[in-house]
Design a protein around this ligand. Structure first.
Ligand code: SF4
Length: 363
């Protein structure tokens, strides 16, 4: 974003910041954005990519690997990260990994060596381990069935699946799990199961402004039925070397700002808008309507974007400027109040909730 192109700190943000944007943005040009003093939240997490094997072939992905030595994070590695996470006061264990890895030839033989028959058995066991260490699991394992989510709900405080886009785009050729219908159906199932849920859009992967609007409306509509969406991530595409989309155009910060504003217009206020402060200059976007900076890890790297280190926790205060920075759990407060979690998680949720409310550093 060119500096001075809009007034982040003024009370009303005018459409003058739209110069240079594609014509599709004109419909948002004359809408004043009234800025309120507000709180920006984040979660302190550890990132646990249980496997880099995935049945999909997304054009922007550098995370996925073939079935090979090291393609599964071993239980002792998981435990070592949880130990460090506990010592650092992390409250969230983010289990994100490749979708349906068993569909890849040879994977099951590798998995057997961990002592588990399926990746979901393994994930469930590692979630239980995280709970034993006093850290709340949040799993994003790609497409899951209703029954699979029902099972993981017992050991997860919240779950997630990026919608990415409702459009059919070349970036998803060869990725059957990126079918928008399939993803929306899973998000709907999560609502039926009362799972506090995170979803989001991946911006700049060949989606148009109209696609973004359609995607946001689809998320809003499913939320209207179930009320379970706690946050949406508006994540900017970052090209990775040696991927088919390495030379693809990168969305500009100003374009992301306008998408945040569009989301704020379409979505109800209770859905937080999250950006990734390791992928974009978040300080430039706070004034556009951001509520949350997502999971920040003092322990692990962002395995999906390993060349983009998290900001240090001390730097988050500078990023949010005049807003108040507040730590949150991976389950948002209203879902805690409504009891949207398995009873087995209650003691840990209550303990961690109390801890972050009082600002205690006691792990
Ligand atoms: S689903 Fe995720 S891990 Fe699998 S290829 Fe796509 S981006 Fe990579």
């Amino acid at each position: 974003m060119s500096s001075g192109s809009y007034k982040c700190h003024s009370v009303i943000l005018h459409g003058c910041c739209l110069h240079g944007l594609p014509p599709e943005f004109n419909m948002y040009k004359n809408e004043p954005y009234v800025m309120q003093p507000r709180v920006i939240t984040f979660s302190k997490n550890v990132f646990l990519p249980l496997t880099s094997v995935c049945r999909n072939r997304c054009g922007y992905c550098s995370f996925r690997t073939p079935v090979q030595d090291g393609c599964i994070m071993q239980p002792d590695e998981v435990e070592a990260i949880l130990v460090r996470g506990k010592a650092s006061g992390c409250t969230e264990a983010l289990f994100t990994f490749g979708e349906h890895p068993e569909e890849e030839i040879g994977f099951s033989a590798y998995l057997e060596k961990t002592g588990y028959d399926t990746i979901l058995d393994y994930c469930e066991a590692m979630c239980r381990l995280a709970i034993r260490y006093g850290i709340l699991p949040h799993t994003n394992a790609g497409i899951l069935t209703y029954d699979e989510m029902k099972r993981l709900r017992t050991v997860n405080a919240s779950m997630g699946l990026m919608l990415e886009t409702t459009a059919r785009i070349p970036a998803h050729n060869g990725s059957k799990g990126k079918s928008p219908e399939m993803r929306l159906a899973m998000i709907e199932d999560a609502g039926k199961l009362k799972i506090p849920f995170t979803t989001g859009l991946l911006l700049g992967i060949g989606d148009t402004v109209a696609d973004r609007e359609e995607s946001l409306v689809a998320i809003r509509d499913v939320h209207r039925k179930y009320g379970h969406i706690q946050e949406i991530i508006l994540q900017n595409f970052c090209p990775k070397d040696n991927t088919p989309m390495a030379a693809f155009r990168v969305p500009e910060t100003q374009e992301i700002c306008e998408t945040i504003r569009m989301a704020r217009r379409i979505l109800p206020a209770e859905i937080a808008i999250q950006i990734a402060p390791n992928l974009i200059d978040a300080s430039q976007l706070i004034g556009c309507g951001v509520d949350d900076l997502g999971g920040i890890s003092p322990v692990t790297v962002d395995y999906v974007n390993p060349n983009h280190p998290w900001p240090a926790l001390e730097d988050l205060k500078k990023i949010v400027g005049g807003a108040t920075l507040r730590e949150r759990l991976c389950v948002y407060p209203r879902f805690i109040r409504m009891g949207w979690y398995d009873p087995g998680l209650q003691p840990l949720i209550n303990r961690l909730d109390q801890r972050i409310r009082t600002g205690s550093t006691q792990p």
